[in-house]
Design a protein around this ligand. Structure first.
Ligand code: HEM
Length: 117
């Protein structure tokens, strides 16, 4: 698969991830439709696979660097968020702000040509 295709899948899965998080956070904890939880898992997996695929297909090949670890950190937090909200460890409003912040941060890291770290 070409790096462009991996990039397209990565960004498409990011859209799906935030769509699923929107659906999950729009409902009372535990009351969200089943598809939103399924979409959340599928989108997370797709993003990671396409992200790592992009690293391997980039010219020159992208090695693991601090900005990529930061993106994985954002990915882990966005993955854990629905469970944290369901277990009442995180209020929905805080989760909403976190989703926005983590999403913008991870996208910014992917978009800036001269990586900040
Ligand atoms: C947490 C959510 C994440 C979001 C919202 C996100 C978003 C983005 C966006 C918007 C881009 C720019 C695509 C473009 O150039 O048009 C990008 C690039 C990239 N992302 Fe992610 N990403 C996330 C997580 C990850 C993870 C976990 C990895 C793990 C490997 C990863 C690896 C990459 C790579 C390698 C690039 C290409 C950077 C470059 O070409 O310089 N991303 N990401």
């Amino acid at each position: 698969m070409s790096p462009e295709l991996y990039r397209l899948v990565h960004v498409a899965c990011a859209f799906l991830l935030f769509l699923s998080l929107g659906a999950l956070l729009a409902h009372e904890p535990g009351k969200a439709p089943r598809w939103s939880m399924m979409l959340h898992g599928i989108a997370l997996l797709g993003m990671l696979v396409a992200g790592v695929g992009m690293m391997h297909k980039s010219e020159p090949k992208l090695e693991w660097q601090p900005w990529l670890y930061a993106k994985v950190g954002a990915w882990v937090l966005l993955g854990a968020l629905p469970v944290l909200v369901k277990r009442s460890l995180l209020p929905r409003f805080v989760a909403f702000v976190l989703v926005l912040g983590l999403g913008v941060g991870a996208a910014w890291l992917g978009l800036v040509a001269q990586k900040p770290f």
